[in-house]
Design a protein. Structure first.
Length: 228
């Protein structure tokens, strides 16, 4: 599975690059995202060769959701850095203009990677200090959430049948092991009895508890049967 944050950067960059503001004109801007350790060189080369561009970053992400399987963040910071070498390329859009356009284009847009919208963060537009003394830069800050949830398949519930003085059990999931108890305890593997075939119906009032187990699968709801 591809990184959620890298894929999110790519999707935001693609949306910006597809817009006529960034792709049109006599000198289209360059839209970069955090795919290299040497981002400063990429930005510097873009300023020198094109004059202006955008860099998409996800500087941090966090989660407080402990029980969700998979990669899921409930707080993703997104930064769109707009830069312009206004001195050598006076016809290029100014950095603040690019930042405002990116803000309008991305606000409440929903990337398919996360399935959650980009919302303006506070502060939203922030001036940045570029390395190039002839350049200007502005950051647009967003926040979002989402990710990829990986939910394991569930084992089928156990069917308990009382017929002809015998108790039979079955599970629709191939390879699943069935554990049961007749003493009221929870049918965990170390406590319950492994079901290997039908057995005599216990005394009236006995409560049979059972569930199926299979490695890599989530546990189903417990099945019970009280003997009349």
């Amino acid at each position: 599975m591809a990184s959620v944050l890298v894929t999110l950067q790519q999707e935001i960059a693609a949306r910006l690059a597809a817009d006529p503001f960034f792709s049109g004109g006599s000198t289209p801007g360059v839209v970069l995202y955090e795919q290299s350790k040497d981002l400063a060189t990429q930005v510097a080369r873009t300023q020198a060769e094109i004059g202006w561009g955008v860099l998409v970053l996800t500087p941090d992400a966090s989660t407080s959701l402990q029980n969700i399987p998979g990669t899921f963040f409930d707080n993703i910071s997104v930064t769109v850095l707009c830069f312009t070498d206004a001195y050598n390329y006076p016809d290029a859009p100014r950095a603040l203009e690019s930042a405002e356009y990116a803000l309008n284009l991305l606000t409440w847009w929903i990337p398919s990677t996360t399935g959650q919208p980009l919302a303006p963060a506070k502060p939203t537009l922030v001036p940045a200090q570029p390395d190039n003394p002839n350049a200007e830069a502005w950051e647009v800050h967003f926040t979002s959430s989402g990710g990829t949830q990986s939910v394991p398949p569930a084992v089928g519930t156990v069917t308990i049948t009382n017929s002809g003085g015998r108790i039979s059990m079955s599970c629709s999931t191939a390879g699943a092991a069935i554990f049961y108890t007749v003493n009221g305890k929870y049918p965990a593997p170390r406590v319950g009895t492994l079901y290997t075939g039908s057995f005599a119906t216990p005394a009236s009032g006995t409560r049979i508890r059972a569930y199926a187990w299979l490695a890599g699968y989530s546990q189903p709801a417990e099945s019970t049967l009280t003997i009349p």
